[in-house]
Design a protein around this ligand. Structure first.
Ligand code: FES
Length: 228
């Protein structure tokens, strides 16, 4: 009986020792973990205020909003630059017509006989430039007093081209029989044109160069209205 009691005591003491040895080993192993491993295994406690669902949602929203703002800030400058380049030709103001060098003074006779000239200029639409392109035609008429008249050949009635009639000494439009005075360009009384030929500004520069400010005008109306 006494031997049996001793065996039970011995067995319990052994189990206690084994159990405590395992605990000590675990504690020691845990204590000896490298610093990095400890940090990885340890999670920062989330503050109670941040752990609330509404605060988490707000934080997520702020992060998304910040991302959108940052993305927009990066994307806007190149987009704006592209739009500016595309729209630039449309924003350019079309100024007054420039003078074009047409001929030399010596090419015009002083007897008042008109001479026709084609006008060439650099033409430009919104995005393209066409150098030295025929943009119209004029009649130049040099008088005995040295004055030079210039008329656009476009008939103010509906836009046909007038011709110089040697026999009648006038300008004539064959489309609807409008006739115009050779000196002034005024339409004949029985002409359907609502106004006379469109005169153009002329100047002589550089010792005998004839320059004309070429313009087209709106046909079919009584007023002389430049087409821009
Ligand atoms: S277009 Fe010249 S008269 Fe009609």
């Amino acid at each position: 009986m006494e031997g049996t009691f001793f065996c039970i005591q011995y067995s319990a003491a052994k189990q206690f020792f084994v159990c405590h040895s395992a605990q000590i080993a675990i504690v020691m192993a845990h204590t000896n973990l490298p610093e990095k491993t400890k940090l990885e295994n340890e999670k920062e406690p989330i503050p109670e205020e941040d752990a609330k669902p509404e605060n988490a949602e707000r934080r997520e929203f702020m992060i998304k909003a910040g991302s959108v703002c940052l993305g927009g800030a990066v994307a806007i400058p190149p987009i704006a630059a592209g739009i500016a380049v595309l729209m630039d030709p449309l924003r350019r103001k079309q100024g007054d017509a420039d003078f074009t060098r047409v001929t030399l003074l010596d090419a015009l006779t002083e007897d008042g006989t008109p001479k026709k000239f084609t006008i060439y200029a650099d033409k430009q639409d919104a995005w393209n430039k066409f150098p030295n392109t025929a943009i119209g035609a004029i009649y130049l008429c040099r008088k005995s007093d040295g004055k030079i008249d210039a008329f656009n050949v476009v008939c103010p009635h509906l836009g046909c081209a007038v011709v110089f009639r040697e026999s009648e000494r006038d300008y004539y439009c064959p489309c609807h029989n409008s006739a115009f005075d050779l000196e002034t360009g005024t339409q004949a009384p029985d002409s359907p044109s609502a106004r006379g030929l469109d005169s153009l500004e002329v100047k002589v520069e550089n010792e005998g160069e004839v320059w004309v400010k070429f313009q087209n005008f709106q046909p079919g109306i009584a007023d002389k209205k430049a087409i821009v």
